[in-house]
Design a protein around this ligand. Structure first.
Ligand code: ZN
Length: 170
């Protein structure tokens, strides 16, 4: 389910309700957010050839809508801090684990490899989580292929009601 907003209007900062799209609470802050369209489905076939042509084609077809005043609530702010802290925490744990376990455990033990790989995965997971702290990621929206409509993923019912009156189905 997505909430649909006309891209041309929201790009001017109009028609964006003062309600958090994720939590339905009154917006306590507004931030500029750049939404992008998803790559065309067929372009994923290019990944089979190589990642570079896919990236080029995807960026050519990508539509962007920059909304100057996207609404966020206090929960969004907390979510951001939580993701940042847990991401950094995981990265630190993973980093300390890789260094610590490879120093402590005997290198010939098969458990050492497993533990070190686990710590590397933790480091990577922390990096991914910490990378999801941007306002754009929190806003969780995408632009339609023709660039005319902004879709908000899993909008709060109050936001959906304020934008269209009725949320659409995919
Ligand atoms: Zn919120």
């Amino acid at each position: 389910m997505t909430a649909r907003l006309p891209a041309s209007t929201v790009a001017n900062g109009e028609g964006v309700p003062p309600i958090c799209a994720k939590h339905g609470d009154p917006a306590t802050r507004r931030r500029p957010v750049s939404f992008r369209s998803l790559p065309p489905a067929w372009s994923y076939l290019l990944i089979l050839l190589a990642v570079l042509p896919f990236a080029i084609v995807a960026s050519i077809f990508q539509k962007r809508v920059r909304v100057p005043n996207w609404p966020f609530c206090a929960k969004c702010g907390r979510l951001r801090v939580l993701r940042l802290l847990s991401g950094i925490g995981l990265m630190l744990l993973g980093f300390v684990g890789v260094i610590g376990f490879s120093a402590v455990l005997p290198p010939e033990s098969s458990a050492t490899g497993v533990v070190v790989i686990f710590c590397f995965l933790m480091l990577f997971a922390g990096l991914v989580i910490a990378g999801r702290t941007g306002w754009t990621t929190i806003a969780s929206g995408y632009v339609s292929m023709d660039g005319s409509t902004l879709h908000v993923r899993r909008p709060h019912p109050r936001f959906a009601e304020a934008t269209a009156g009725r949320p659409d189905r995919p």
